[in-house]
Design a protein around this ligand. Structure first.
Ligand code: SF4
Length: 376
C-alpha cells in the first residue's frame, strides 16, 4: 500500500486521517524533505527515507547527451535531471510497497494539490498497486479562509507547468478574467508573475487582489499595486472579480447573503408612483436635495428596489449595532447606465408595490445582472 500524504503548508494543516496513515506506515518517504521534527515521537521505529539517501541521477540522466551542443539541450538536460530526481523517490516508494505500508509525505510546494496527479501517472506503469491519497488543507482553501473566502466562482491556474505554452496560459487567464471568475495562482514568483502581470494589466489591473503567505500573513491591494517583492516562494495570489471588495480588512466576493426586506412608508410611496410612471427619469432639478450624492447622474431610484441588498460592493454598509443597512455611500444606483439597466429589468418583475417584498430574491438577481453589466 502507498499512502500519499499531503502535508499542506505546515504540520498544523495535516488532517487526522493523514496523521493516522503516517502512524500505521512502516516506511516514510519524505518527498520534499519537509521538517518532520514535530512528528518525531510518532516516527520512532519507522524507516525514514529523505532526499540524501536517494541515488543521484544527475550523471545518469545526462549520459549520451552532448551538453556542449547547444544551450537548449543543456536546459532540457537540467529539467530531466531535476524531474528524474523527483520521480526516483516515487519509484523507491513503489519498490518498498511490495512488503511494507509506505507513506510518501509531500508539501504543496509549487503545486496546488501536492503530487497526487504525478503519483497516479507514474504508478500506472505497475499492476496491483494500492494507492490511498490523503489531502491536506490546500493553498486554495487556506487562502480563501484567511482572506475572508473571496472564492465563489473560482479558477485555479498553474503557472509552473514546464510544458504549458505562454499562449495556453494567456488564453486561460483571459477567459477567467472575462468570465468574471476569481483567479487563484499558487507560487506566482519571478518570471511567472511578470507573465501574469502583462495579461492582467491589459484587462483590468484595478481588481482587488490578496497575497497569502505560509505564516497566515496576508496583504490586500489592487492588482496594479502588488509589490513583486512581497510574493515569496510558496505564497498564493488571489485576483478577485468585479464583485470582490474589501470589508473589515478582509476580501469578500458578493454572493448569497440575503436579508429579508423591511420597508419604510416613503419607499412604498415612491414605488407606487414609479408604477404609475410619476417618478423622475434622469436628474430631478426640482428636488431640494440635489445633488445628494457625489457622482449623481440620475434620480430614477431615489429609493432602491433592492433594499436592503446587504452587499457592500456598491458602497452600502451596516450601521454598527443598529441592524440598519445604510445606502449613504452607494453611488452606483444613481448613475445613468445602471438606472437604465435596472428600469429595463424591473418592468418584468415589479407589477405591484408588494412585489418589492415578495420578489426580493428575484430583484437581487436583477441587481447582480445589472452589476455585472455596469461595474468596471
Ligand atoms: S447599497 Fe445601493 S444597491 Fe444596495 S440597497 Fe443600497 S442603494 Fe440599493
Amino acid at each position: 500500500m502507498i499512502n500519499l500524504i499531503n502535508m499542506g503548508s505546515d504540520i498544523g494543516n495535516l488532517t487526522i486521517n493523514a496523521f493516522n496513515a503516517i502512524i500505521e506506515s512502516d516506511v516514510i518517504v519524505n518527498y520534499d524533505n519537509i521538517d518532520m521534527s514535530d512528528l518525531d515521537t510518532y516516527l520512532k521505529g519507522k524507516e525514514i527515507i529523505c532526499l540524501d539517501e536517494i541515488e543521484s541521477v544527475e550523471d545518469r540522466d545526462t549520459a549520451g547527451i552532448d551538453l556542449d551542443e547547444s544551450e537548449s539541450i543543456e536546459i532540457e538536460a537540467d529539467v530531466y535531471s531535476r524531474l528524474n530526481e523527483k520521480y526516483s523517490k516515487i519509484e523507491l516508494a513503489v519498490s518498498k510497497s511490495s512488503d511494507n505500508n509506505v507513506s510518501i509525505i509531500c508539501s504543496n510546494g509549487t503545486k496546488i494539490f501536492g503530487i497526487a496527479n504525478l503519483l497516479i501517472q507514474i504508478t500506472s506503469k505497475y499492476n496491483n498497486l494500492e494507492l490511498k491519497i490523503y489531502p491536506a488543507v490546500s493553498p486554495i482553501d487556506y487562502s480563501s479562509a484567511v482572506l475572508g473566502a473571496p472564492f465563489n466562482d473560482l479558477v485555479a491556474i498553474d503557472l509552473n507547468n514546464p510544458i504549458s505554452s505562454d499562449r495556453e496560459l494567456r488564453n486561460k487567464i483571459r477567459f477567467a478574467l472575462k468570465s468574471n471568475l476569481v483567479l487563484f495562482i499558487h507560487n506566482p514568483v519571478g518570471e511567472n508573475f511578470k507573465k501574469l502581470k502583462k495579461i492582467v494589466v491589459k484587462f483590468n489591473d484595478e481588481l482587488l487582489s490578496g497575497i497569502v503567505r505560509d505564516d497566515y500573513s496576508y496583504e490586500i491591494c489592487k492588482f496594479k499595486d502588488i509589490d513583486e517583492e512581497s510574493l515569496e516562494e510558496g505564497s498564493s495570489l488571489v485576483i478577485g472579480n468585479r464583485l470582490t471588495h474589501e470589508l473589515e480588512d478582509y476580501m469578500v466576493t458578493s454572493s448569497d447573503y440575503i436579508v429579508e426586506p423591511k420597508f419604510i412608508s416613503q419607499n412604498i410611496d415612491f414605488f407606487e408612483r414609479y408604477l404609475k410612471d410619476e417618478t423622475p427619469k434622469g436628474l430631478d432639478y426640482d428636488c431640494e436635495y440635489l445633488p445628494c450624492h457625489k457622482t449623481l447622474e440620475a434620480c430614477d431610484f431615489c429609493y432602491c428596489p433592492f433594499y436592503p441588498c446587504a452587499d457592500g460592493v456598491t458602497g452600502g454598509e451596516w450601521i454598527k449595532d443598529k441592524d440598519v443597512w445604510s445606502c449613504q455611500h452607494c453611488d452606483w444606483i444613481h448613475l445613468e447606465e445602471p438606472c437604465k439597466a435596472i428600469r429595463k429589468g424591473l418592468g418584468k418583475i415589479l407589477e405591484d408595490k408588494d412585489d418589492l417584498k415578495s420578489k426580493h430574491i428575484e430583484l437581487l438577481k436583477l441587481r447582480r445582472e445589472c452589476l455585472l453589466k455596469t461595474l468596471k
